[in-house]
Design a protein around this ligand. Structure first.
Ligand SMILES: *Cc1c(COP(=O)(O)O)cnc(C)c1O
Length: 394
């Protein structure tokens, strides 16, 4: 099997697995208990918090552990909205290419009377800082722009947006789920107020994540109960998963430069190989782009059929985000960067990681070429295109 769907989830690393098992075996006390055995667990929890914070240049007390990236996004956005409302501010700025954990949250807020501005997007898949500046109003209570896109891998000008928001005193949240452990992040230098991350996107366990919240940034608790996470997120901590995530994050952050160099070489070779297929095109700008992300559209192809045939050849790929692949709607990201419906349906996302090899890349290129030729051979749409009865879009 060739696994090329690292944006959907990643293999749990041996270090993360070992940390989970050790914590289950040795530190199964409740960190809130006062006896020494509970306090040992509390110390392990603190160390994990410190490790996660260190990777972001944050302070341990600025980290709140959550059940994952979705919960972190929900808490960040709903907090800024609730605190904003108290000050008479009800305007939120975001992008049309966010993950659904952000988009569906702002859509819910829109129904409650908040005003949402979706920043303009062009074929590059990268936001312009001038557009953020132009969208800011006196009643803006949040700017939420993802660090790196989960479908097309484009990296946003986070430091520039952070500087602008700091100057205008507007809370700035970034969904950094695809970026943490893959590109360097410094919440101080980048003026980030809130940041979401998720363990399973950098070889940690699933069902665990964190929200970084700068001191003084908006923060409301949405789960009532105990005083865990300093009263910001009730519920007995999932210590094994938290420690496993911290181990994976420490590892990933220490290896960013080396992994980036290796994985981006694979990515560029894959892009070069797939570019040989006629009437296909890379989605999103080549740079700045996540080291492992390749996303193509092929004219006259159904994304679902492409995936199934690649699966037959032992290749795990995706047609967009894992969350939408159950539906037949074309990707909101591809539509936002201007791909027409019929082309957006024929998209292929391959996300590589440090476990992949150049041999994998060669096999993927050969398999995709075969499958695209085969599917086009059966496609009535492709025949019309070839006969000139229909115009090529790409
Ligand atoms: C995976 C992902 C999420 C959701 O994280 P979960 O831990 O699976 O809830 C949010 N945002 C982005 C950009 C993602 O890639």
């Amino acid at each position: 099997m060739i696994y090329a769907d690292n944006a959907a989830t990643t293999r749990t690393s041996p270090a993360a697995r070992q940390a989970v098992l050790d914590t289950m075996d040795r530190f199964w006390g409740n960190p809130s208990s006062l006896y020494a055995f509970g306090q040992e667990a509390a110390e392990v929890l603190y160390q994990a918090r410190a490790d996660v914070a260190a990777c972001l240049n944050a302070k341990p007390q600025e980290i709140i552990f959550t059940s994952g990236g979705s919960e972190a996004d929900n808490q960040a956005i709903n907090s800024a909205a609730a605190v904003g409302k108290r000050k008479g501010k009800n305007h939120i700025i975001t992008t049309p290419i966010e993950h659904h954990a952000v988009l569906h949250t702002v859509e819910k807020l829109a129904k409650e009377g908040y005003e949402i501005t979706y920043l303009p997007m062009d074929a590059s898949g990268i936001v312009k800082v001038e557009d953020v500046a132009a969208a800011i109003r006196p009643e803006t209570c949040l700017v939420s722009v993802m660090f790196a896109n989960n479908e097309i891998g484009t990296i946003q000008p986070i430091a520039e947006i952070g500087a602008l928001c700091r100057e205008k005193k507007i809370p700035f949240h970034t969904d950094a789920v695809q970026a943490v452990g893959h590109v360097p992040i410094d919440v101080e230098a980048m003026n980030i107020d809130m940041l979401s991350l998720s363990g399973h996107k950098f070889h940690g366990p699933r069902g665990v994540g964190a929200l970084y919240v700068r001191r003084g940034a908006p923060l409301v608790s949405f789960i009532q109960g105990g005083a865990q996470e300093r009263g910001h997120r009730a519920g007995t901590e999932n210590l094994p998963a938290i420690v496993g995530m911290a181990a994976a994050m420490k590892d990933a952050c220490a290896k960013i430069a080396a992994n980036d160099a290796y994985v981006s070489t694979l990515r560029d070779a894959l892009i070069a190989g797939l570019s040989e297929i006629p009437h296909g095109a890379l989605n999103g700008a080549t740079a700045p782009r996540l080291p492992g992300n390749v996303n193509f559209c092929f004219e006259g192809i159904e994304g679902e059929s492409l995936l199934l045939l690649l699966d037959d050849k032992g290749i795990c790929a995706s047609s967009g985000s894992a969350c939408t692949s159950g539906s037949l709607d074309p990707s909101h990201v591809l539509l936002a960067i201007g791909r027409p419906h019929e082309v957006a349906h024929g998209s292929l996302r391959l996300t590589l990681g440090e476990d992949n090899t150049m041999q994998d890349v060669e096999q993927i290129i050969a398999a995709v070429k075969d499958v695209v030729t085969y599917l086009r051979g059966m496609s009535p749409v492709w025949k019309e295109l070839e006969k000139g009865e229909r115009n090529y879009v790409i």
